[in-house]
Design a protein around this ligand. Structure first.
Ligand SMILES: Cc1cc2nc3c(=O)[nH]c(=O)nc-3n(C[C@H](O)[C@H](O)[C@H](O)COP(=O)(O)OP(=O)(O)OC[C@H]3O[C@@H](n4cnc5c(N)ncnc54)[C@H](O)[C@@H]3O)c2cc1C
Length: 389
């Protein structure tokens, strides 16, 4: 076994670090008042994020995981996970939009299951950062139990489909140019071939209200009011949409894990720096075991997340579909990273709680990652099943 990061990925990380410093940091610094505000100018934040996405797409980082034939770099899962980690570890809020995964508004390899003649319209502009997506699976009556969705797709006589239903908690649903919508095409089967994924152009969507969260991601409702979708707008095969969604989410666990890893590294570095600098009772607080031992535990957590994430990414690159490893990684990475961020908040004291401080946003984001894309309880379910329980 070789645990060294290949030289070409080391070089890629170096050039990405320079990109973050020169192209993203100035945007971040310009937008700090909005990032700290409780009532930010959302349009200004969105425009700044789009600016970063365009710059990153032009530099080849944003959609590096996509194949070259659609404008990506064909970067490995390990390489992409390293970029996601470094973006999060930079501490830059806009760094996390510079690499598309695990953000569902960016290009997804799932789209490659569409007919090729549709790629120029639905895939390539997303790779270039000109258009955005949303991934519309969750519904008010179907979250963890995603097979319980009620959105229907009924076949019409001319071969097209008519979609009707209500989605909620969908990231970027208020702005997406294109939606991947999951609908029941055979109510009897569902997981075993009854759910289909469709590509729906933004004009056909009815947008619902934005759903404000404690994190900086605010999903929205989406309504499909008898939307007619051509027969060739099916992603993959009719009836295999649920399988495709699970495959997509499993492969994405390396990226959500990498984001948790990067955020944990950043929170730990901030906590250590503060512990060395801040004095109380006549000495740096890091000299008290009550402060240093929790940070030692954080260091152990960061390293255990790292090896789970790298191993999962490597396994995906070997062509495996390691569902159990993916669940363990999602659960351990997000839970442990949250604990690391919580200790960082405690170490920073009042500064830990400030909007203007370095770690408050990190804690909120990691709290979200423990719920989205399969809450920790659902990952535990998968792991328990692997034990025959
Ligand atoms: C900010 C945000 C962004 C999101 N973005 C998207 C998106 O882009 N696309 C999309 O489709 N969805 C999205 N979601 C939805 C997200 O994936 C769901 O919220 C998540 O899957 C949980 O579903 P739920 O909220 O309905 O909770 P529920 O399914 O009601 O679960 C509530 C709790 O019960 C636990 N639980 C349920 N069943 C079991 C069980 N059998 N064993 C153990 N524990 C169990 C869960 O772990 C959870 O802790 C987003 C949600 C948020 C908050």
């Amino acid at each position: 076994m070789d645990f060294d990061i290949p030289d070409e990925l080391v070089a890629l990380r170096r050039s990405f670090a320079s990109f973050l410093d020169h192209e993203v940091r100035p945007v971040e610094e310009r937008m700090l008042p909005e990032l700290w505000s409780y009532a930010p100018d959302r349009e200004a934040l969105y425009d700044a994020a789009r600016e970063v996405v365009r710059r990153s797409a032009a530099a080849g980082f944003y959609a590096a995981h996509m194949p070259e034939e659609v404008g990506g770099q064909g970067l490995s899962t390990l390489g992409t996970a390293l970029l996601v980690e470094d973006a999060a570890a930079s501490g830059l809020r806009f760094g996390m939009v510079a690499v598309a995964p695990p953000n569902p508004s960016g290009p997804s390899t799932m789209l490659l299951a569409m007919p090729r003649h549709l790629w120029p319209e639905y895939v390539e502009p997303v790779v270039r950062g000109e258009r955005t997506l949303c991934f519309a699976l969750t519904e008010p009556e179907a979250g963890s139990d995603a097979q319980a969705i009620r959105t229907r797709a009924t076949p019409a006589e001319d071969g097209s489909w008519v979609l009707s239903g209500h989605k909620h908690y969908i990231t970027n649903a208020d702005r997406a140019d294109i939606a991947i919508v999951f609908a029941v095409t055979d109510a009897e089967k569902r997981a075993a071939g009854g759910i289909t994924a469709f590509v729906v152009p933004g004009e056909a969507l009815t947008r619902g209200k934005v759903q404000w969260t404690m994190a900086d991601t605010h999903p929205a409702e989406l309504f499909l009011d008898d939307v007619r979708v051509p027969a060739d707008h099916v992603v993959g095969e009719v009836g295999l949409g649920f399988v495709a969604a699970m495959d997509f989410l499993n492969a994405g666990r390396a990226f959500i894990g990498a984001q948790a890893l990067g955020l944990a590294e950043y929170a730990l570095a901030e906590a250590v720096a503060h512990a060395k600098e801040r004095t109380a009772f006549g000495r740096p607080i890091g000299r008290f075991q009550g402060v240093s031992f929790p940070l030692a535990e954080s260091k152990a957590d960061v390293e255990s997340i790292r090896w789970l994430v790298y191993h999962l990414a490597w396994s995906v690159d070997q062509g495996r579909s390691p569902m159990l490893d993916a669940s363990i990684t999602k659960m351990v990475a997000t839970e442990k990273a949250y604990a690391v961020a919580d200790r960082a908040v405690q170490t920073l004291g009042g500064m830990g709680l400030l909007r203007e401080g370095p770690v408050e946003r990190v804690l909120r984001h990691l709290r979200m990652l423990r719920v989205v894309e399969g809450a920790s309880g659902i990952q535990q379910l998968v792991v328990a099943r692997s034990l025959g329980l």
